[in-house]
Design a protein around this ligand. Sequence first.
Ligand SMILES: Cc1cc2nc3c(=O)[nH]c(=O)nc-3n(C[C@H](O)[C@H](O)[C@H](O)COP(=O)(O)OP(=O)(O)OC[C@H]3O[C@@H](n4cnc5c(N)ncnc54)[C@H](O)[C@@H]3O)c2cc1C
Length: 426
Amino acid sequence: MSSTVILGAGIIGVSTAYYLSQHQDPTSVHLVEPSPELFSSASGYAGGFIAKDWFGPSLAALGALSFDEHRRLAEEHGGREKWGYSRSTCISYAASAAARDPQSRGDDWLRHGTSRADAAPVTQDSLIGNTPVWLRRLEGDHIELISDEGTTAQVDPFLLCQFLLQECLKRGVKLHHPAKPISVSIDAKGELAGIRIVSTQPSSTETELPCARLIITAGSWTGQVYQMLFPKSELRVPIKSLAGHSLILKSPRWHSGLASNGCHAVFTTHNEGFCPEMFSRVGGQIYFSGLNSSTIPLPDADAGKATPYKDDLAQLRQAAREILGAGPEAEDDLEVVREGLCFRPVTAWGTPIVSRIRDEDLGNGVTTRPGAEGGVFIAAGHGPWGIAMSLGTGVVLAEMVQGRELSADVSGLAFDGKKGTEFYAD
Ligand SMILES: Cc1cc2nc3c(=O)[nH]c(=O)nc-3n(C[C@H](O)[C@H](O)[C@H](O)COP(=O)(O)OP(=O)(O)OC[C@H]3O[C@@H](n4cnc5c(N)ncnc54)[C@H](O)[C@@H]3O)c2cc1C
């Protein structure tokens, strides 16, 4: 089978390498990643909340497949110990009856575009005995259960990425890091035959990787990577970024010993106009985020991890204190373990691209070998759901690339250049 080069070792890239390398010589699978620190973008800094059925029709099959694959992988490989896989109970929280707006919930933004058009009905199951002990309860506050049993779960995405990558490397997958692509090579027939990469450390060295199959999984950078490699293509890949700040906290009210009943995901709204979301993890940490911005510029990937904005961190920290603290008069007993800023890859229409790119869209007469022998593929734009969708995307993309039958219908995620043109402004 042809060599396959994957550009971008976030969770979508490493999941794809993981499933590809189960069905072809692993040494023919290459991962190229420019960031000096692995998983320093969205995949390492995400919350790690995963859901089975919060998605609209075009994503429903992939969401369900991915959720089941998360469980299967965790059961087979000790996911609880290795990457904090746990079932999770999901609730919507309003600090007071006055703050509670029956028309909106803290998780609504997650559902817009990417999820069921009509928000899930509040489930009738009782929450008694299964409320998060780490959440500060106030007189008159209100909590609602918004997940059905067994349909939401939690992982530590950084650890999951590391597990997937280590398995790939053990099998023989080649990691080129830190390195970035500079151009594609075309043979005498005009077919894609390789890619030139430059490793950036310890010194700048150029290498040619022969390949007939190229997969771009570069998250928020996917559009620029595609345009740089296929400069004559008229296709624009309209993936933008939605930045998000986050904190990982330790609280005296949450530790790993309490995780036997599972973790919690809590969605709420804040009077400063954002929607905090927080997830307890089996390792005894609480992930806190919800402060998002579409105007924070996307940094260069080879610059490494992004520097968080002090004011945003302070705002998040204050919200955490209000929602998770011991009380207004009590000493602030939350410890910040990690601060982060990362960038969700988003499409304007709300669902990712998981697609082969048609040869006629590559520009300049570039072609690829037919069928499973060649092709240029894109898998990116998973928005707030890239961790949830990661394993399913890896399964299906590997099948698509290798010409096998697909485990989920992803025809709604195909990209042919007409899709999204109305959203794209140069
Ligand atoms: C604050 C926050 C919280 C989130 N919480 C959740 C959650 O709870 N659940 C969930 O399901 N999702 C969550 N997400 C979304 C999720 O993190 C993303 O959808 C997912 O990580 C995207 O993965 P990716 O591999 O496509 O992109 P990335 O993780 O961004 O990886 C892309 C990789 O491509 C590399 N790259 C860049 N340029 C090039 C180049 N020229 N060549 C090769 N490689 C390149 C980058 O360095 C990077 O490593 C969250 C996101 C944010 C920001």
